[in-house]
Design a protein around this ligand. Sequence first.
Ligand SMILES: [Mn+2]
Length: 381
Amino acid sequence: MKFLQISDTHLGYHQYGLSEREADFYDVFEEAVEIAIENKVDFVLHSGDFFHTSRPSNDVFLKSINLIQKLKENKIPIFTISGNHDRGSQVRDVSPLKILESFGLKLVEQGSIEHEGIVISGLKYLSKVSVRKTGLKPILEAILEKSPNKNALNLLMLHHEFQPFFPSSGLNLHEELPDGFDYVGIGHYHIPQKPFKVRNSFVLYSGSTEYTAYNEKEENYPKGVHLIEYDEGEFKYNFIELTRKRPFIKAEINEDSIEESIKNIKKLIEESLDTRSKKPVLILKGKIKDISPKELSLLIEKENILENVLHINYLLSRVYEENIPDISFNKDENLDDKLKELIDDEYLQKKVMDVISTLRTFESIDEVKSYLKENIDILEI
Ligand SMILES: [Mn+2]
């Protein structure tokens, strides 16, 4: 038995407001579908965040239907769960994935289905607030209890935050996972991990198919899908890198040696263009003292850098002469501690943390604004 594990495709995300970036997210999903077909897998598991929002555009719906159709023509079913991005309000509306069920998508939000002698289980993303008292364990135990075939191989799709990948999470997979799931494919954390064992369960963090919030940690990791084979009681995996993803380049810019910085940027772009077909996104990190961000971007524009990149994302911070107290929160732990100081009520603390962790996945205030317009229910208490 062979299947493809994917996750966090974030279809419909027009990062930086660019239609090219929206196309990139489709390209890699399509590549994953082609990998599934080439390898003649029995099915695909998708561990959540299929869409980037719970209100995908008609065009995005159409594209997702095409992908499901392609798999269907090759007799490959795709199973999924809702992630934090596409679960809908749960109160006022359902997940957009419900619509795709009519086109053949197998949605397993909280429970199990039997498919050709294998049990496929799923648990959609549940907010920290909703699991604050019990954790996930009793929910997962109930899923096992209701399994349609207790002797069959049981594969679980999860989309949740666990330590140590999410330092502010109070949940530890070793404590939350009951015995009985042979395989656990986890979404939500965008950096793929080597599989590991939790007692008798084979656990795999799938990772995303494209960069959603590009940060320093992600740059060293490829994006890909996992081909999983189950043979003689053992799971074997093969990580297949996605080649259609957009290359990202990170460079530093230093106000005191701008000429040298620009030379280096040009070199990095040249190296990237040698090996990749898509123009890269340039992440430009730097500290500025006397010039404004506008002046800096004009300097860059003069250097013919723009024509060789899709987009430049400036991450600039200003250096002040006087000492300004540092009130920035860089680490999840700090933020969590600060919130505990500021908010007494534990429920409210967790709610605020949930909202912040969702909003932190966006890269600009415009993206946050448009997300909130469509998903205002995340602010409901
Ligand atoms: Mn995600």
